[in-house]
Design a protein around this ligand. Structure first.
Ligand code: SF4
Length: 358
């Protein structure tokens, strides 16, 4: 039977957030040994490693060192499509592995932990989402990359945070009304800037939701010369204080290109690794997650991204386990909104590499 509960009701459902995984501490020698073994296996398996900016810095370095890439999720998938390797190992969360598989059905896609999910994905189950779409047949369905293959399969467009604005603007110019899912904060931000006629699914990211606006005002007073960089999955009151609002790639580029010496950064702390690599002399400050309304999840680190480590990466390379499978019918439908976005980006000359997403 189809679940017809409203987006508001679904948003009230608790999402089980796991504790942050604890991995054994390695000496530099042990770490190098582990990385060497992974490098050998990557070659033997004809595999390439792609790691998201929110994962552990060692994984990002290893991806870069071995001819793979550390990137945002769309670039991870695009990069995978351009590789001759027969296996893609995706260090990130499940929707990233799924997107890689949708775009590269002929390749084997492995992930260190298939339980690494995302609160946006979890908070937008396919059946009630589909029922919500059915209730609004006159709306164009635009979904964020952080969704399951089944939700993408029910949509007209997939967007990343970097391309959401031009896509919604384009649809608005065509007189379309938009059903947006799942991130309410990103959706409202896009609506505010485009004036689009939009209705929203009510999902949110458990990491970005924790950034606190009042505490951020205090941090800005302590660092008056710092530029404030905010990912648009953050609450509106936090976005309003930003000097730059953008995707992970856009925020990394801002640190590298802006003259400021200090930056207050409101997104997952894993991004600091790449920012420090790009701009080693800049001072990076985590935007506050403590303060009024803080919870035990308030640490600016995604627990699901934390499920990726050198240890389970080695395990999947040894065993070939944790392969992503998508049924052909879903894949056939899900690839349409993804390709539509890629074609739009190409037509508009929008450089996806610098636009990025979650
Ligand atoms: S940081 Fe938020 S949006 Fe990104 S994977 Fe984690 S829960 Fe999902």
């Amino acid at each position: 039977m189809t679940d017809t509960v409203s987006p508001e009701e679904i948003a009230q459902r608790p999402i089980e957030v796991p504790p942050h995984p604890q991995w054994p501490t390695l000496t530099p020698e042990e770490k190098e040994k582990l990385k060497d073994r992974i490098k050998v296996l990557l070659k033997e398996r004809n595999a390439v490693l792609v790691a998201h900016y929110y994962t552990d810095g060692d994984l990002q370095d290893l991806a870069d060192e071995t001819g793979g890439c550390a990137a945002d999720s769309l670039e991870m998938a695009r990069f995978g499509s351009e590789q001759k390797a027969s296996t893609l190992v995706v260090c990130g969360v499940r929707f990233m592995g799924e997107t890689a598989k949708i775009l590269n059905p002929e390749k084997k896609v492995l992930m260190p932990d298939l339980n690494a999910t995302c609160s946006l994905d979890e908070g937008c189950p396919a059946d009630p989402f589909s029922a919500f779409c059915d209730q609004h047949p006159d709306h164009t369905v635009v979904v964020y990359a952080n969704t399951s293959a089944a939700v993408k399969a029910r949509s007209d467009w997939m967007v990343t945070s970097g391309i959401a604005l031009p896509v919604v603007k384009h649809l608005t110019e065509q007189g379309k009304k938009i059903l947006w899912a799942p991130d309410k904060h990103l959706g409202r931000y896009v609506q505010k800037l485009t004036g689009a006629d939009m209705i929203f699914w009510q999902g949110s990211c458990v990491v970005h939701e924790e950034f606190k606006s009042v505490a951020l005002e205090g941090t800005r007073r302590l660092h008056p010369d710092a530029a404030v960089l905010v990912h648009p999955e953050s609450p509106e009151e936090v976005i309003e204080q930003a000097d730059v609002v953008g995707s992970t790639t856009a925020l990394i580029n801002a640190v590298a290109s802006m003259d400021n010496e200090e930056f207050i950064v409101a997104t997952d702390g894993g991004i600091f690794h790449k920012m420090k690599e790009m701009a080693p002399n800049k001072h990076l400050i985590e935007a506050p997650t403590a303060g009024e309304g803080a919870t035990c999840q308030s640490c600016a680190h995604c627990p699901w991204m934390g499920m990726n480590s050198l240890f389970n990466l080695l395990e999947v390379l040894e065993s070939g386990a944790n392969e992503i499978h998508i049924d052909p019918e879903t894949r056939e439908k899900a690839v349409i909104p993804i390709k539509r976005m890629l074609d739009f980006a190409k037509e508009q000359g929008i450089g996806m590499k610098n636009k990025g997403n979650a």
